[in-house]
Write a protein that binds this ligand. Structure first.
Ligand code: IMP
Ligand code: MG
Length: 176
């Protein structure tokens, strides 16, 4: 049996996204940026964040596989989809739903770095920093959360629950 418990409400998310968007707008004043979303979990965050940024913003997307249908990082990240355009000379913000072990984002950051962008930053809505296995930090982080598996606002478990408007802890209960 599954149980969903709200951890971060849609109102808290909206306020935080507005705050992050304002910070990015300030930090990149007078510049243009490319938001590179990590499919599929970051799609909802990218869509909201982009509209909270008052600059010229382009979109691109990358996709990786690593988790399969489990909750654990296998450590073996495969690039399924690269960006469509060169990031050379661009201000890139990699946008991810959650920073967990850090394996995925350090892999993706390295990929983008090869394009020699003008700058590269990381935006992650959630951060489980207690689980970090590789040293990487977000530049624009929404919420530090405890070591629990969460779904909603783009995050899934085996493809499910991405469309929940709030971020919820997914509790697995043994049926008695
Ligand atoms: P990392 O490589 O361990 O940092 O994992 C990052 C990826 O793992 C994210 O893009 C998510 O897809 C997934 N992930 C990590 N923690 C959670 C969670 O609590 N819920 C859903 N997906 C998660
Ligand atoms: Mg994901």
């Amino acid at each position: 049996m599954e149980r969903l418990k709200v951890l971060v409400t849609r109102e808290q998310i909206a306020a935080k996204v507005a705050e992050l968007g304002a910070r990015i707008t300030q930090d990149f004043a007078g510049e243009t940026i490319v938001l590179v979303g990590v499919l599929k979990g970051a799609v909802i965050f990218v869509a909201d964040l982009a509209r909270a940024i008052n600059l010229e913003v382009a979109f691109d997307f990358m996709s990786v596989s690593s988790y399969g249908n489990t909750r654990e990082q296998s450590g073996d990240v495969k690039l399924l989809k690269d960006v469509d355009h060169s990031m050379e000379g661009k201000n890139v913000i990699l946008v991810e739903d959650i920073l967990d072990t850090g394996v995925t984002l350090s892999f993706l950051k390295e990929q983008v770095q090869r394009h020699t962008p003008k700058s590269i930053r990381i935006a992650a809505l959630l951060d489980k920093s207690s689980r970090r296995r590789v040293p990487i930090q977000g530049d624009y982080v929404g919420f530090e959360i405890p070591d629990e598996f969460v779904v909603g606002y783009g995050l899934d478990f085996a493809g499910r629950h991405r469309n929940l408007p709030d971020i919820c802890v997914l509790e697995m209960e043994k049926s008695s």
